[in-house]
Write a protein of this length. Sequence first.
Length: 175
Amino acid sequence: MKAIVKIVLILSLMALLFVMVGCTSLAERQTEQAGSPPVITHSFAAEKLSHGDIWKVYLEANDPDGDMRRIVYSISNGGSGHGFRSFVIKKGNRAGLLGYLNCSFSSPVTAVAEWTELTLTVYIRDKGGNISNKVVFPLTLTRGVKQEPPPPPFDKGGLKGLGAFWVKLYDPIDG
C-alpha cells in the first residue's frame, strides 16, 4: 500500500512539474514577440452616413520593422458584434500605409431603423504577433446626410484603397 501511495505521489509531482514547465514556456513565448508593434498614427471616418452609402475609413500607419500583415476589424450593431475579421496588407504597404477601407452595409428585407448606431474597431497585427493601438469609430446611419470630407493627411488625392468589407445589419429589436 505504501508503494502505491509513493508511486501516486511521484506521478503527481511529475505531472505538476510538467504543467509548470509547460506554462512557463508558453508565458515566455507570449512575452517574446518579435520586433516593434505597428502604430496607427492618424485615422478618420465620418460619424454619420446615409443609408446605402459606402463608408470610407481612413488609416495611416507605420511599422519600424516593416512587417505589418493584417488589418483587423470588428463592428458592433446594437450591442451585438460581428466578431473580429481581418484581411492581408499588400506587400508594398507593410512598412507604412496611407489609404482607406470601404465598408458597405446591407440589411434583410425589413429596413434597418433610422438612427442605427454602429461601432467599428480597427487595429493592425504584424508578423511577430504585435498589435497596434486600436482605433474606434462610431457611426450613425440616417437618411439624407452627406459623408463629411476627410481632414489632413487624408484630404489629398490619389489615396490607395486598402481593402473592402461588407456588414450585414439587422434590427436589434427584431433580431
